[in-house]
Design a protein around this ligand. Structure first.
Ligand code: NOJ
Ligand code: CA
Length: 675
């Protein structure tokens, strides 16, 4: 049965509750290796009863002595005076099935070590630390058991360290810097990292790692702060007035802190420990959740051809929406996003004016009932839009009504947005702190109750929660293609999308919004999209999202229906993903097999350098012949001077074929391999 999640599950305790505490704790090292012993963890206490860990990959120490623990507000810390009361070791081996995703079957094999710690003073406060050691990484979390002397408390600092080698190359975006996650990536030595987001990608000559977190619920976001070469967990404070990091009520477990590791950065892309460390699906029957593609009243707003606010130029009119519905229906696109349909856009909505947003009242020229009726008649659905302006209290107050309306009108998905200037919500808390994380969980649950799929912009980073709540489809949470329309720095440079797969995308799907065909942007004379048209096609494969936007205007697609065929054909739900080749910041070759199908799709992109790529098609099934349609850059294509020049060729391809392709500067290549 397809949706039977667990195919094989073996979980047994090898040695549990070894009740004899070691005599000399500071000399005692608790070691555990991953199932194939490719990674190894050691945990130990020093003379002061402080707890540390070290982690090795391929017999190389990749994390040296790094501290664990917490400082607490108005209480003595969970930092020292610990002794190990007992230790448990478990082994887990399972393969589970994603209801949708980039990989249908996922192996979840690890060795677990749990340390049951207690402080030696008269309060005897207890803290457990659970470590899961995988062949491709480590996850650990803190568990605060229910206990008399630690019930409700506030975390003032998490002490977790990631003491990596000092000469790693780091790829990062700044955290708490005023524009949430929407930055270009910087590449520096690890010692030049400041306060940065996760996933944080770190590359050595012979290995690559990614530091992130998993299952971020009811806790503050973890950023990374570099200090004298050591990377430290840095929790986002509650608010500028209240520097407390998290409010905790025991029993409670923190999100997992994760370190993915592989020999090369390309292998990091098919590591699934973040998903594995999330709880299985809590929503039961999720057959109503279906990946899809959507067009929308969106790019025309960013191009200033229409406006979000009402008036003569208003984009979200009934007539305009019907035009998009007709286009979607004609080309087999599932949804139509409509932005600017509701009250609240007339003032400075992006500058904390979001308190005016009403999520049930449409502007007078948008007939909510009629557009949904028409969409249904045509076999497509409207993707609702909830821009909040980061006035989340205003959104929370309307959640039940807003999601009831979506459900009632047959809108199967909603795109939400949390635009704001700065990092502080209208209600005073930090955008990435615990208050917002709690809000995201409320929205997810409400959407699930009403059977609505979510695509969220400017929200909290992905930490794999889609495993537990499969209605969490996609997020933006990085600089998306919108920047190409209006960014004063000229938009995303060609290397941006060659960095994203190795950084942001390690956290989960992204609503990048690819698919622009009119790249020179006539209405935006100071901007252009810095890719070729073929690269726009390739992005559908390279940048995974189960809800892919088909972002350009219908009239721009009508001019290139031969190239548009790729967007129509390309899958959004995958049996498997393989990274054929790649180098962060330079290029990538991604191959994915469509789920429930023998079809494969290949996407290749390059940075500003033109490039020859050699693709080895050994991922195809041996002995089968595939009808390939190749969408490539024309010989004179160039993202700056001639972005729209492409060539389409047909041929057959088989496993074992090795073919060379030329990519233009800022170019790409997309191949459909149909059976
Ligand atoms: C920012 C989002 O990223 C973009 O997609 C959206 O159109 C605007 N906010 C308005 O909500
Ligand atoms: Ca955005």
């Amino acid at each position: 049965m397809r949706n039977t999640v667990v195919l094989l599950c073996v979980m047994f305790t090898l040695l549990s509750c070894q009740h004899q505490p070691p005599k000399e704790e500071h000399k005692m090292v608790y070691s555990i290796a991953s199932p194939s012993a490719s990674t190894q963890l050691e945990v130990f206490l020093d003379e002061q009863g402080q707890v540390f860990y070290e982690y090795s990959f391929d017999n190389k120490r990749i994390i040296s002595k790094s501290q664990l623990g917490f400082k607490l507000h108005s209480l003595s810390g969970l930092t020292r005076d610990f002794e190990v009361m007992s230790v448990a070791r478990n082994e887990h081996a399972e393969t589970w099935e994603q209801p949708w995703g980039e990989q249908r079957l996922i192996a979840n094999n690890y060795q677990q070590l749990t340390l049951f710690l207690q402080q030696k003073d008269e309060q005897h406060r207890r803290l457990n630390i659970e470590f899961r050691v995988f062949d491709d990484g480590l996850g650990f979390r803190y568990v605060f058991p229910e206990q008399p002397n630690l019930s409700s408390f506030e975390v003032s600092q998490e002490l977790t360290q990631f003491n990596v080698a000092k000469d790693l190359q780091a790829w990062w975006t700044p955290a708490q810097a005023g524009n949430q996650y929407e930055y270009l990536y910087q590449n520096t030595n690890v010692s030049d990292v400041d306060l940065v987001h996760t996933p944080l990608t770190l590359i050595a000559d012979d290995y690559a790692l990614s530091i992130h977190e998993a299952a971020l619920h009811d806790f503050s976001t973890m950023n990374i702060q570099q200090n004298e070469g050591t990377l430290n967990a840095s929790l986002v404070p509650w608010s500028p007035e209240n520097e407390v990091k998290a409010k905790v009520k025991a029993p409670f477990n923190t999100p997992w802190r994760t370190i993915s590791v592989a020999k090369t950065e390309t292998e990091l892309l098919t590591s699934y420990i973040t998903l594995n460390l999330n709880e299985p699906n809590k929503l039961g029957d999720v057959s109503w959740i279906k990946p899809g593609k959507f067009v929308g009243i969106w790019w025309e707003l960013h191009l200033e051809l229409g406006s979000w606010k009402q008036g003569d130029n208003h984009g979200a009119t009934t007539a305009n929406t019907k035009k998009y519905i007709d286009f979607a229906a004609k080309h087999g696109i599932d949804g139509v996003l409509v932005e600017g349909w509701n009250e609240g856009w007339d003032g400075e909505w992006f500058n904390h004016g979001g308190g005016a947003f009403n999520f049930t009242k449409a502007y007078p020229d948008y007939d909510l009932h009629e557009v949904n009726r028409y969409a249904q008649e045509k076999g497509v659905y409207i993707v609702g839009h909830h821009e909040t302006g980061s006035a989340i209290d205003n959104y929370d107050a309307q959640l039940a009504d807003a999601y009831s309306l979506l459900a009632e009108k047959g809108m199967k998905a909603v795109k939400s947005g949390y635009v704001e200037t700065g990092e502080i919500l209208t209600s005073g808390q930090y955008h990435h702190g615990q208050y917002f994380v709690q809000h995201v969980d409320r929205v997810t649950q409400m959407a699930a109750d009403k059977k609505i799929m979510l695509v969220a912009h400017e929200t909290i980073k992905d930490t794999g929660e889609r495993r537990t709540y499969p209605n969490l489809m996609s997020r933006e949470v990085a600089r998306g293609q919108e920047y190409d329309a209006w960014a004063t720095d000229g938009g995303n440079p060609p290397n941006h999308t060659t960095i994203l797969p190795f950084t942001r995308m390690l956290s989960g799907p992204m609503d990048f919004t690819p698919g622009v065909f009119e790249l020179s942007l006539p209405t935006r004379p100071n901007n252009q999209v810095n890719t070729t048209l073929a690269k726009q096609l390739a992005l559908y494969v390279v940048l995974y999202s189960p809800m892919q936007m088909v972002s350009d205007l219908p009239e721009n697609y009508e001019k290139h229906l031969d190239a548009f065929q790729f967007i129509k054909d390309v899958a959004v739900d995958w049996e498997t993903t393989q990274i054929v080749d790649g180098k962060i910041g330079e290029f990538i070759v991604t191959a994915r097999q469509q789920r429930d199908s023998e079809n494969w799709f290949v996407g290749t992109i390059t940075n500003e350098q033109p490039r020859q790529v050699s693709i080895d098609f050994s991922f195809l099934e041996a002995g089968k012949t595939y009808q390939a349609r190749i969408y490539r850059d024309a010989v004179d294509a160039n993202y700056k001077t001639n972005p729209g020049a492409y060539v389409i060729e047909e041929r057959t391809i088989q496993a074992g074929d090795k073919l060379e392709f030329a990519l233009a500067a800022g170019g790409g290549l997309a191949i459909s391999l149909l059976r």
